[in-house]
Design a binder for this molecule. Sequence first.
Ligand code: SAM
Length: 469
Amino acid sequence: MRKKIILERVTIEEVAAEGKTLAHVNDRVVFIKGGAPGDVVDILVTNKRKSYFEGVPLSYHSLSPDRIEPFCAHFDTCGGCKWQHLPYKMQLEFKQKQVIDNFERLGKFDFPTPEAIMASAEEKFYRNKLEYTFSDSRWLTKEEIASDKTFDKNALGFHIPGRFDKILDIEKCYLQPEPTNEIRNWVRQYALENKISFFNLRKQFGYLRNLIIRTTTTEQTMVILQVTENRPEIMEPLLTELNKSVAITSLNYVVNNKGNDTFNDLEVINFAGKPYIEETMAIEGSETLLTFRIGPKSFYQTNSKQAEHLYQKVKSLAQIKNDEIVYDLYTGTGTIANYVAHLAKKVVGLEYVPEAIEDAKVNSEINNIDNTDFVAGDMKDLLTEHFIAQHDQPDIIITDPPRAGMHPAVVEILNIVKANRIVYVSCNPATQARDIALLSELYKVETFQPVDMFPHTHHVENIVLLKLK
Ligand SMILES: C[S@@+](CC[C@H](N)C(=O)[O-])C[C@H]1O[C@@H](n2cnc3c(N)ncnc32)[C@H](O)[C@@H]1O
């Protein structure tokens, strides 16, 4: 057996990437899963690399004076809100630093001092979407194992970090407003009482697979239940009873027997209510209240209230004039495009998911916006010189790609198009820095603005204004 390495009485210094913490031991960096800056801990080394170690706290000698009491009973086991033990102000400082670190490490371009990070007004119940997983392999905490209670082996909740097959049964989650806890607990109880099988993630069998709940600030609720087989004798009574018990605007299900939970390529069956929900957003400095229709497959910024501030900032950085053409890349349901349309001559929105593009068109229609154009396709194939010739040369490009950032072919075409300004919104400063480096010969980073969309997590959003040199 390999000898365990334990580092004794180490003082944790700061927060590092991916929500880990960091310390130095004999000039070697140690990344630690958990802990807080200021804690003095013994660390069990779990991974030895040439230039750094990775480890977990084994025992605590003293706790950081900065620590605060986490508010959730599932904290430390659930991977969801890893930073509940750190004051929000400190979380914001770490996020700001994370963006700068990424830009310094991966950017290799000049950039100004960032604006102070925009805090989220809501620190709890800020999410509008959660995805719960059913499992017949419930994760039991050390305390649960040590207790003499017996527990049902079925669970409905969140994945244990690093364990694809084990699910933590969630009683109350503080991320999304009600009725999220009410619906999840109702469905679990009904399934247990009626002996409906929960999915086995390892062997891929069982009926109930996944439950998605979306909410809006207008108090509308969408439910999407994923099951593995079309069995109306189970599904119909379940959804009928659920619909009677909780007010649901859009109740849907998907039969998914694939190897993963994504359902963009599957039919979503609307069981009751509307096939969409509607969110509203005020346009800053105007009387207009936009309505956004969101279908089951469409992306919508997960923190709705902070999304409003995000879009205000995008709008103010873009400085759109009424004779300018704007492209909104990765437009989702056309939210940014419709938000800025009143300022521009025309906005062209591009997006991969055809259903989201259909929603984007409807969103223009229901808001009486007639200067938008939405096209569906994979960005790397869609955004070509031919497309630009057909849809007018953009003066301003707003881009908001997924975590992976932009495909190199997309960055290449941006370098050919040479729009005057690019506003780059990103939920991953590492891929954003990589992409900006590829644009930096032609573009100068004028401003950058970190935004916190996800309190108590290490995730940070960042908006960068690039100007053609
Ligand atoms: C971070 S979201 C941004 C959505 C939108 N800008 C908003 O604020 O709601 C990224 C969007 O990119 C889309 N997307 C992902 N990969 C894509 C690709 N290869 N081509 C086009 N769109 C893609 C996703 O479907 C998603 O709607």
